[in-house]
Design a protein around this ligand. Structure first.
Ligand SMILES: Cc1cc2nc3c(=O)[nH]c(=O)nc-3n(C[C@H](O)[C@H](O)[C@H](O)COP(=O)(O)OP(=O)(O)OC[C@H]3O[C@@H](n4cnc5c(N)ncnc54)[C@H](O)[C@@H]3O)c2cc1C
Length: 460
């Protein structure tokens, strides 16, 4: 449905260029393309929109946004199971790095979906435990957004190489095929290696004579390698007693010293997504020499978990062609926008995947930014809206960047809690608290107030 919105800026449509058509950029594009007073263009460097295989999980916060965008029924159809809000398992945490059968040291469960109650105008979950994750096949997930893009707004083979601000306030975009475009607002949704973040921070470092800003340009290797694969449920051997493998029914977190294995079903339960991690925290921050994502030998993966409990081995043996990923994140940024150029998604806050939150955070950016940009009525308000976006999104996303890294250390049993289950279990639980702490309605309401306010110092 097209919304006529509050009206054009200075008599012309506000031109918004979104650079990057991943989950974040496409969520924003779908959200904004419903407003007739906005002129939206998505510039994607690849020849088509695409996600590299494997699964993606989201939590109640993100599901709530998909509902608000009117997309919940379509996402329901491709989830592992349509979310009902019923009580479920977030993750079953198990000690597994021994040849004999392992044991559960923490079960995290919680209702998900819209199981909120209203308390002092804030929506809070009725339990202090965890949300169950809602799981998807990545390509199917992206396709829902792609299918909602109006024709003509996506431009492929357009790798942005630089941008500049004209004297009339417009932003010029230069692409690697020598073509160019102009816009009023440039959105950097160009992922972890963002060209836009690099230019923004290089210029800020030069202007402020502050070389410390250069540390936000290059992503940082976390010292962790991940192995990923998808397995058909029918290929996973049954247990000796004939029962199905545990992970088919329950998202599993198999933990051991310096490594862990995550597995959960996707695609209406037909496929199990497996991601395994091997960490060397002493290498955190070192330069990673080599390709970030490569194919690798199955034996290399199996060797990493050679003496683990049998149900881990039987699962990993099913992965035919694993891929190996060097896990990077971006140092938490001090700002997200400058002169009408704004960062979102992995460009703003690429994080390690230990809270399954990067895509969800990109969607939150898209939702908040979409709401603010759709309601702009003047150029002055544009800058206030970008301030509001940053005020709302930056603290949350940065704390998830840090929390995700810490969670990885906990699952690897090398955080300060080690394998003291009495303190580790509650610490793991606390790591997820942010998911339920502040409702999106509250954040949106505050962001809108901030965008309308003449003072940039409004308090939540
Ligand atoms: C192993 C692993 C598991 C994960 N699991 C989860 C999970 O379960 N749940 C979750 O929420 N998140 C997860 N994540 C994180 C999640 O995948 C990312 O945070 C999310 O996909 C980021 O989306 P994005 O749109 O910001 O960036 P991207 O998906 O990287 O999209 C960026 C787009 O920009 C394009 N582009 C790049 N440069 C340019 C340029 N110069 N000009 C034009 N276009 C350009 C790219 O081609 C790409 O299409 C995981 C990540 C990893 C590595």
């Amino acid at each position: 449905m097209t919304n006529t919105g509050p009206g054009p800026v200075a008599g012309i449509k506000l031109r918004i260029a979104i650079c990057g058509g991943g989950i974040g950029g496409l969520c924003l594009a779908v959200s904004l393309s419903r407003y007739a007073h906005l002129d939206i263009n998505v510039y994607e460097s690849a020849g088509q929109f695409r996600e590299i295989g494997a699964g993606v999980m989201i939590w109640a916060r993100t599901w709530h946004i998909l509902e608000k965008m009117g997309l919940a029924s379509e996402f329901s159809k491709i989830a592992h199971a349509p979310p009902t809000g019923a009580q479920g398992v977030g993750f079953d945490y198990r000690r597994s790095d021994q040849p004999c059968e392992g044991f559960r040291f923490k079960l995290v469960e919680m209702p998900y979906g819209v199981c909120f109650s209203i308390h002092n105008r804030h929506a809070v979950l009725t339990s202090d435990s965890l949300c169950q994750c809602i799981r998807f096949h990545r390509a199917e997930f992206l396709d829902v957004f792609v299918n909602h893009l109006p024709p003509g707004i996506a431009h492929f083979g357009k790798r942005l190489t630089s941008y500049s601000r004209n004297s009339n306030g417009l932003i010029s975009l230069i692409f690697n095929d020598s073509s160019s475009a102009i816009c009023d607002v440039l959105i950097g949704a160009d992922g972890i290696k963002s060209t836009i973040r690099a230019q923004m921070y290089r210029e800020a470092a030069d202007t402020a004579h502050d070389q410390s800003l250069m540390r936000y340009i290059e992503p940082v290797w976390t010292g962790t390698m991940a192995y990923r694969g998808l397995v058909r449920v029918q290929d996973i051997p049954r247990n000796k007693d004939g029962s199905p493998h545990r992970t088919i029914g329950v998202p599993m977190m198999y933990c051991g010293k310096g490594r862990h294995v995550v597995s959960y079903s996707i695609s209406q339960g037909d496929i199990v997504n497996i991601v395994t991690f091997v960490s060397q925290p002493e290498k955190h921050g070192q330069h990673y020499d080599g390709e970030w994502v490569t194919n690798c030998d199955k034996q290399e993966l199996l060797d990493c978990y050679a003496n683990w409990e049998p149900e881990v081995g039987s699962l990993l043996k099913c992965i035919d062609k694993p891929t190996r990923w060097a896990i990077h994140h971006v140092n938490p940024l001090p700002f997200y926008h400058k002169d009408g150029v704004v960062l979102m998604g992995d460009a703003a806050h690429a994080m390690s995947p230990h809270q399954g939150a990067g895509a969800g955070q990109a969607i939150e950016d898209g939702f908040v930014l979409g709401h603010l940009l759709a309601n702009i009525t003047s150029k002055m308000q544009l800058f206030r809206s970008l301030d509001a976006y940053e005020a709302i999104r930056l603290p949350t996303a940065n704390s998830v960047v840090n929390g995700s890294y810490e969670s990885g250390m906990m699952y690897d049993l090398i955080s300060k809690y080690g394998d003291d289950y009495a303190t580790l279990g509650p610490a793991i639980q606390r790591q997820w608290k942010w998911i339920n702490e502040i409702s999106l309605e509250t954040e949106l309401e505050f962001a809108s107030r901030l965008a309308r306010s003449p003072s940039p110092n409004a308090k939540l």
